[in-house]
Design a protein around this ligand. Structure first.
Ligand SMILES: [Zn+2]
Length: 111
């Protein structure tokens, strides 16, 4: 459980890089949708992509215990879904594991 939560934090780091690139790429992707890595905590990463509007991603990152995953990739033991869309689900970490993911690169507060 702890390792899975840390994996999710790892993919958040990857997605931060993708978001930076996405911001630069927005000039030629007018809908603002960026392909992020699924942040479910599967060992080694599940490799799935999630198409998320950049503004939604930015909103998710406002809280350091929220992640975006593909629909069906939620792990009920450590998180609960708080937002659903066709291509992604936003999950919020349960309090028991919040401390494991709070090393947010942006230092955002948790819920
Ligand atoms: Zn996944």
């Amino acid at each position: 459980m702890a390792r899975q939560a840390r994996n999710e934090a790892l993919f958040r780091e990857v997605n931060e890089r993708i978001a930076e690139l996405g911001e630069q790429a927005q000039a030629w992707s007018p809908d603002g949708v960026v392909e992020f890595m699924c942040e479910c905590g599967e060992e080694g990463g599940c490799g799935a992509r999630v198409s998320v509007p950049l503004d939604t991603y930015e909103r998710v990152r406002q809280q350091d215990d929220r992640f975006v995953v593909r629909p069906g990739h939620e792990t009920p033991e450590i998180e609960r879904a708080v937002e659903w869309a066709d291509n992604y689900v936003v999950v919020d970490k349960i309090p028991e594991v919040e401390s494991l993911v709070e090393d947010d690169p942006r230092g955002a507060p948790s819920s």
